[in-house]
Design a binder for this molecule. Sequence first.
Ligand code: BTN
Length: 276
Amino acid sequence: MDSQRLDRDSILRDLRTHCFGRSLVILDESSSTNDVAASTAEDGAPHGAVVIAETQRAGRGRLGRAWYSPRGGIWMSILIRPKRALSFSDSLPLVGALGLAKTLGLNWRVRAAVRWPNDVVVDGRKIAGVLVESKSKGNELIYATLGIGINANVDTSKIEPIRDSSTSLLTILGTPINREQLIVATLLDVEAIYESIQASGESAALECLGDLDWSRGKLVNVRTVDRDFVGVFDSYESLGRARIRTASGLERVETSALVSVDYKSDQMKRPQANKR
Ligand code: BTN
């Protein structure tokens, strides 16, 4: 069902995950679901707890950008309590983006792809974004909030600032989707990728990312905390680290060190086959 409000019972009835979404809060309105998820984490919420809001007053994206969160979208945060070390949180944005791109392709036949470091795009237009925030103590990651924003039943052509760069499922499919089904399917795919990484490392996820990647071969302007350069996106060294080919060789960039990434979308370059 979709109409106006999400039906929590229907989500819980259809959920096939181990942990993600088993504890589920659906709010009519929130500031940012990442903040609510963090506050439930402080109160002891379990790994996989999910907070969803019909609309966010202060939805945010990477680098403190505003994230438009009107009714009809899916604005949700998953609480992650990792068993691994701090660097693991670097891979989480792509765990979310990859899981969602897979879901959209398999279940809705939408040609969704992952755009480094945290976007899901369809034909180069952003349909979803992922924001991971975390709390750590020394070297130990206490928890992370994996926030996923999906332009589901939203008309992005009416949101001036993102009209040209974004799209939505409503626009692509021409009809509203069942948001409960998308939430259930996304949680299942994101959890499966997360668990496979925890159990056996990143190789399976990286292979899947190879098939669903949008960035390879694109000219990109990268700003990190200590340098600024232009290059061609080459490949992923790991989920948390990309390789960019520049005039002076390969630059390795960690997601956590990124300040900004600008794609020169009209200047696509052919990937340079397997050069290192
Ligand atoms: C980005 O593309 O920069 C990331 C966007 C992330 C948006 C989601 S919506 C749910 C969660 N709550 C937020 O305030 N942000 C994330």
